[in-house]
Ligand binder design. Sequence first.
Ligand code: HEM
Length: 236
Amino acid sequence: MEVLKTQDRHLFGRSIPDALQQSFIDYYFVWARDCNEHWKSCTDTVVTTIEWVMAELLKNKEIMRKVQKELTELNPNSIKNSYISKLTYFNACIKETLRLHPVVPVLIPRRAIEACEVMNYTIPQNAQVRVNVWAICHDPKVWEDPNTFKPERFLGSNIDFTGHDYEFIPFGGGRRMCPGLPSGVKSMQTMLASLIVGYDWSLPNGEDAAKLDMTENFGVTLHKEKPLEFIFGLRE
Ligand code: HEM
């Protein structure tokens, strides 16, 4: 049996065996460790979006009941990757959260490599161009009742976040769009589905969920100004 040696390489306090050094996973971990800020952006976006979904579901009890019903009807005991994409209402809640609270509110800056005209505006060569995803996702010309959490708007609609529908680009678009989309979406789906199926959620001190403070704190990522505090109770 091969004895795995470790070097001075760690991820979250765990050593990474030499035997993994050549593998993609090892490369990815080392890249993540060396590029601390990139790694933080991977986890921060996912965790922050999960927090927003949870806050919206706590606040909107009827929507939460529909999500629980959909999840438990399909399989009450465990969460499987194979059917997560079939959860249309649950996935609509994730999309609606990414629309209402796009975690990267303004995309990474672009530079115009040559002068061009866009909708009668002249963009000079070398101008820095910033796309305001938050404003697009709240545009009343595009979205009916844009400030309300309505997952139904995505039911029966083909609008997706893959970078082709420019009214909804929470992962950006074009060649520099988010490369973490597949893993980010899968992580959010699995974690949220497990928490919904396994637990009942409530707010501490009998706080009224309908009055939950949803103030957004704008930065590179869009955090909830007041971090969500809640209690998990095991579901019967
Ligand atoms: C909810 C989850 C996530 C959202 C909403 C999100 C959103 C974004 C957005 C809007 C951009 C800028 C794209 C553009 O300017 O066109 C971006 C870039 C990026 N994201 Fe994500 N992201 C998420 C998860 C992740 C994860 C899980 C990873 C890593 C595994 C990741 C890695 C990156 C990297 C490396 C870039 C820079 C890409 C480049 O400049 O070429 N993201 N992300």
